[in-house]
Design a protein around this ligand. Sequence first.
Ligand code: FES
Ligand SMILES: [Fe+2]
Length: 400
Amino acid sequence: MNQITSNMTRANGSKHGWSLAGEYYKDPAIFQKEIDKIIFNTWIFAGHVSQIPNTGDYFLFNLLDESAIIVRTNDGSIAAYYNVCRHRGSHICKEDSGNAKRFLCPYHAWSYDLDGSLFAARGMPESFDKSDIKLHKCAIDFIDGMIFVNFNDNPTSLENAKRNLAPALQMYDFKNMKVAAHKNYPIAANWKITLENYQECYHCAPSHPEYALSHTLKVELDKFDVLQQPMLSRMETCGIKEYESYKHFDQQEDGQEQYAYSRYALFEKYKTGSQDGEQLAPLLGNIKGFDHGASDFSIGPLTYMLAYNDHVVVYVFTPTSQLTSACDIYWLVRSDAKEGVDYDIEKLTWLWHVTTLADERIIVDNQKGVNSKKYTPGPLADMEDSIESFITWYLSAIKE
Ligand code: FES
Ligand SMILES: [Fe+2]
C-alpha cells in the first residue's frame, strides 16, 4: 500500500503536503542520522566500465569521509576497495584516476596488488604475516555497464531493480556507451534542498527558459496527458516499447534498493534535449528514430538517468557537508561515437549545463531563506507531489 495514503501523518508526526521543518536542514544530529541510514546505505552511480578498459585502470569515488578505489583487476573484473592503507590508514591513491600496476601508499611505501592483497611492507619484523592483510573491499555492483558503489557492508540488493528495469534499459544498451563528459557542480545548500529541487518541475517554467521550451514536464498535470499522445503513437516505429512505470520512494521493498522508470514527451519541435531540437549524437542501442520522448530512470534516492534517444544524462546528488552538496553530471553516448564527428561536446552538454547553473542559483537562495528563524514549512503544490513522496520516505528512513 502507498505509504502516503496509509498514514495520516508522517513518521515525525508532521502533516502531509508541507515542506520539511528547518531543523532537518541544519541540525548536525539529524545529518549524522542521514549519513548512517541513507547516504552510506544506498547504491550510488560511480561511473561506467568504459572509463577503465585496461588492467590497472582506476578512478576514485569520494563521498564525505569515504573514498573508494574502483579498479580493473588482472582477471578483467572490476573491484572496489576503501582507499585506506592497512598500515596506519593513509589514503593510498591521491589522483582522481590513473593506471597502476600496484597501489603504493605514499606514507611508508606499503604496496598492494590489484586484488587488494598486500604485496610488500618494508622493514617489518620476520614474524609479520602479510598474507593476513588486504585492502577492505567496498560493495560494488553493475547494471548494464554502469558501476554502483554502496558504503554499507551489508547493502540492500539491486536484483529487483535490475530485473524490473531490464526491458527498458535494454532499448538503450547502456553497456555500449561511454562517458563523453563529466562535470561536478558544487552547491552551497543541504543535499535535500538540492534533491528536492530536482524532484519537482514547478520551478521549471520561471527558472529554466531553455528547458521549458523542450520538456513537457513543466506543464500542469491536466495538460500533460494530451501532450503524451503524439509521442505514444510514434514510439513503436522507433523501436520503443511502453513499460509499466515504477514509483520511486513510496514503493521500496524490504532489503531491495528503490528504482523507478517513466517516459514523457518532449515538445513537437524537439527530437532530443538540444538547443535547436535536432539530433546530438548517434541513436542509442536498438532505437530506430525519434518519437520526441525521453525516459527517466532512478536507482536509489541519489542517482537519476534521463535517457534521450541519442544520449543519456546521469545526475548524482550527494552531500559534501551538512550545508553543501554536489551535483555530478555524466553525459553518455554510444561507445563508437566519435567526438567532433558524431557529437559536439558543447552542444551535447549545453542544456543541462545552463539548467544546472540556474538550479544552483535557486537552490542556494532556497537554503539562505531556510536558514532564517522565520522559515516555517510551506504548502506543496500538486506539481510537487514527488517532494511529498521523498519527504515521507526520508522521515521513515531516518527514524530510529
Ligand atoms: S600508512 Fe600506508 S604505509 Fe604507512
Ligand atoms: Fe531545475
